[in-house]
Design a binder for this molecule. Sequence first.
Ligand SMILES: [Zn+2]
Length: 75
Amino acid sequence: MSWRYRCESCNEVSGWMGRVDAERTRDAHQAARHPGMKPAGEHLESNAERMDPRLWLYVLAGCAALGILRWIINL
Ligand SMILES: [Zn+2]
């Protein structure tokens, strides 16, 4: 899993990296751009949150197709 840092106050997004590196990027950004305060709208994002929601549709459709197939075979 990869992480990146986003600061919406400055419209800045880092590249994808490890969690520790993303936290270091956040700390460095805060120290450089927002000394002594925590900017609004900043967060660490993981690429796990970006999973395609259509995947669930495919899984559901697959289960439904299997159910129909079993129903047909049992007739
Ligand atoms: Zn910022």
